[in-house]
Structure formats: structure tokens, C-alpha cells
Design a protein around this ligand. Sequence first.
Ligand code: CMP
Length: 590
Amino acid sequence: MTHDVTLISTIAAAFGFAFVLGYLAQRIHLPPLVGYLLAGVAIGPFSPVFVADGPMAAQLAEIGVMLLMFGVGLHFSTAELMAVRRIVVPGAVLQIVIATGIGVILAWGWGWSFGAGLVLGLSLSVASTVVLLKALEERNAVGTPNGRIVIGWLIVEDLVMVLALVLLPAFAEALGGQVPANVHSAGGGLLANLALTLIKLTAFVVILLVLGPRVMPWILRQVARTGSRELFTLCVLALAVGIAFGSAKLFDVSFALGAFFAGVVLSESELSHKAAANSLPLQDAFAVLFFVSVGMVFDPAILLQEPMKLLAVGGLIVVGKALIALGLVAALGFPLSTGLTAAAGLAQVGEFSFILAGLGFTYGLLPAEGLSLVLAGSLLSITMNPLLFALVDSLGERLRASPRWHQFFEEGRGYRFARLQAQMDASRVELEKKSARHRTIAPGELVSRFPLFSDLTPEQREVLLLHFHTRHGQPGERLIRIGDKADHVYFIAEGQVEVVPRGGAEKIKLGPGAFFGEMALLTGEPRSADVTALDFNTFLTLSRRDFRHFLRKHPTMREQIVALAEQRGAMNRTLLEAGLADTDPPVPVV
Ligand code: CMP
């Protein structure tokens, strides 16, 4: 029996070559990315070594782009984008306009149509998120103000590109292209096409943004309750890839956009960190396949056939875009250091460029040669990127050493930068406050605060923490009233509370590590005591349902909790029956 192993051989070759060449690249102080791209060239159809399956590799790469955009969505924060909008919106939009303009002029010089020039220019004007994030990560600069500005800049670029991807098919015929036979055209001309496209896009965004935040976090929470890490990871992947695929089918938006919005919706959930952490390894692996597949479609012949065109494209990406970014940041009044980071970070092209150029090619706008040029330009610019960063670093150092330059370009412009930084910090604080409402405590802290949970395995602790909600109490606040119906059990993380059982004969103080509210949940009777906050308290609470579930899963802990509740009940009965108000009270049961 013959069986087809194309997928396996493609994956094996891609991972194997990428690993070896990535490792070698790292050894000679180049980013591993360069190794991945060369691995693609090595196993691609233009090399004699090994021919992996091109379309298969392209599909695997698409999964890489989806997972990546899902990750970008998970970390996306509207508040932070708003904080940097004054620099990134004009910066990104103007950069795209100028770079596209240059692309159109270049194409005109080569005798290409306006449509071809537009697609080429747009493709070259957007930088790659993968490349930028990897470069910033390597330099530990993702969280720095300049890093955050450049990431915001790129998100605006991505959003503009999303619009371009959506609009291109609608305008294809007007620009001199034709709709491919396998694509249904609305048949009603440009305006009808455009309207249909925009309606679909709006429907997609509205449905996902309205329904998503209600449904998706709920699904994740249900799955988290099962305590199975594997089911949780599966759920995250199913949501990411499923939404990307489903939205592409239903609404004609790109996989990348669908996955990005799936991430944005999930980022609102308190489980987003866990989702991000679980999808990260797969994201890394498939991102590697993305780079390998880029290398695979690269035809080195273009170096010999069209060296001048390649030089022009490479020059526009590496030198042109860097200078445009530098100039725009300076014109917007921000310091040189920001301009230099933007110049180096954005002087490359990647995934969106291939997607856009590919679409332009399908619609007969961009010649095949244009597609090869974009790929060659991408390979060139990604390889040059680390060098550009190094150059920019040494340039920055040198300028900083010159007091006059420093004063003019850094201090003189420090005011705007400081204001921006303050806004970014404020948005971050806001974000942290929001996530603190969801966050309970770290799994490591759980046992030191609550010795009760010391028998749980690390995994069980993690699951338990998923079910806790944080609640705060103020001095004097009545948390539980005698006779009320019970809904929650409270674990005290901070501060003290006072328990006054029926009869009021005794006041019992409970502090951090103790719990209360368990008796009524266990017996099904009304609350047996008043409980009042004495300090500014922090509690971790469990709902009745989660508490019962927890007890069922951990019989030994159930015994301990039931025993303590019985002791407390017995003490209260003794107090009540004996009416011991004036004599020595018994030792409180905590
Ligand atoms: P519950 O009856 O649900 O609500 C009031 C809570 O006060 C009760 O659960 C116990 O957790 C707590 N409590 C009642 N009596 C005592 C006691 N004698 N010592 C400590 N805590 C008590």
C-alpha cells in the first residue's frame, strides 16, 4: 500500500533545515530568522537539495500567520493604541502614502500599469509584525516606550492593509485587472461590489465584537473548569483557527483578520494570559514554517535577471522606508531615538506584503515578476534588518555623545515624548487595574497564604485559582448577615473580619489564611453569623457551585472543612444554650 507522506516530509524538512540553519545563523550572530529563510531556499523548488511541497508549505505558513495574528490580537489594547495615536496614526498613514507613491513611480518607470504600481507600492509600504516583534524581543525592547510606539505604528499599518485587502477585489476591475474565474463577482459593478464588501466586513466586526465577548470567555471558563490543560489548549486553538477559517468562508475577510479579531475578543477575558501562554509554542513553531515557506518561493534567478529592479525595491524598503519613518517622526516633533527605532523596525516587509501581492497577482493586477520582486525584497530586507538595527544603535550612540545634537534632538523634543509616555503609562495602569479585578493571586502564593491548600498539586492550584473571584471589603462593611441565603464562601487574603454568631455573645476575629461562609453552603441553611470587615480586606471567593465542585474533587480537604464547620457550629450552639455572655468565652474556632 502506498501512502502519501508529503505533509510529513515537508514538515520534517522544514523543521530540520530551519533548526540547523537557524542554529548556525545564531552562532555567527545573525538572527535565526535568516537561517529559516535560507532553509526555505534550500528545500524550495529552485534548489537541487530537496524539493518540499510548495502549496503544502504555504498552507502551513498560513496557519503560522493566523496564530501570530491571534497572538497580536490577544496583546492588543485599544487604550494603548489611543495613547500613542498622535504619533502612530499620522506616521503610519503618511508612511504608507509616501512609500506607495514611490512604488507607483517605480512601476511607471518600468512601464507597468497604475494598478500594478499601486499593489507593489502598498505591499512594500507595510512592515512585518513577526519580524518587528522578534527584533524587539531580541533587544528586550517590546515594553519600552519606543518599542510600544513602533508596535502601535505597525498595528495602524496592519489595519490600513486589512482595508486594502478588503477593498482590492472590489476595485480590481476598475484598476485594469480581472476577477478570477473561481471568484463570484457581485456582478453589479464597482459600487455594488464595494457596498457588499463593506457590509460583509461590518457584519463580521459587529457579530464578533458583540457576540464574541459574551460567548468566547464563557466557553473558555467552562473548559477551564474541567481542569484539563490539554482541553483548554485545544479550545484556544479551535477558537483561533476556527474563527479565522469560518470568518474567511462566511465574510470573505482574510484568515489573518479573523484570527486577529478572535484574539482581540479573547484579550478581554481574564483567561487571556493563559490562552496566550498555551498557544505560544505552536505559534513559534508555525511562525518558523512561515519564514521557511517565504524562502521556498524565492527564485534566486531574479538576482541575475532583474538586478536593477531588485535594487530599487530593496532600496525603497531598507533605505527609503527608514528615511521616511525618521523624517516623519522628526516632523511630528518626537526625539531622534524614537525615529531611529521606527526607522530600523519598519524597514522590512513580510507577511502582509505577500498576502497583498498574492491577491494583486490573482486579480491580474501585479505581474508575476512583481510577486518575485516583493519576495526577494522581503528576503533581502529581513536579512539586512539586524544590520540596520546595529547601524542605528551606533549612530544613536554617536549622536548622544555630541552634546549639541543631543540637546536638539533629544532634550529639545523630550516634552512631547514625556507627555506620550505619561499617557502610555496611564493606559497601562488602567489595563492593570482592569486585569487586577480578575486576577487573584499567583499559584505560588496560594499555599503560603492558605496552608489549607498545601496538599494540592501545582496544576490543581492553577485550576482552583481560575474559579476564585477577588472581592474587597471596607472597614465596617457587613459582608454576611445572619439569616441571609448563602451564595459564596470567602477566603481571607488580606485584613481581618469579625464574626458575631447568633445571640451576639461572642466576637471572633478571623485573619489572613482563614475562611468563612462555608457553613451555610455545606448545610443548606441560612447564614449562621454576622461577618463584618475590620480592615480594607481582600477576599478570594468561590461561588456555591464552584465550592461544591471543589469539595467533590478533593475529599480530604472536604473532611477538614466539614470538621471545622462542625466545630464552629458546636461552639455556637454551646454559646447560645449556655448563654455565656458574662463568663470566660471559649477559645474561638478559626
Ligand atoms: P455561614 O453560616 O455560611 O456564614 C457566617 C459564617 O461565619 C459561617 O458560615 C462561618 O464561616 C463563620 N462562623 C460562624 N461561627 C463561627 C465561629 N464560632 N468561629 C469562626 N467562624 C464562625
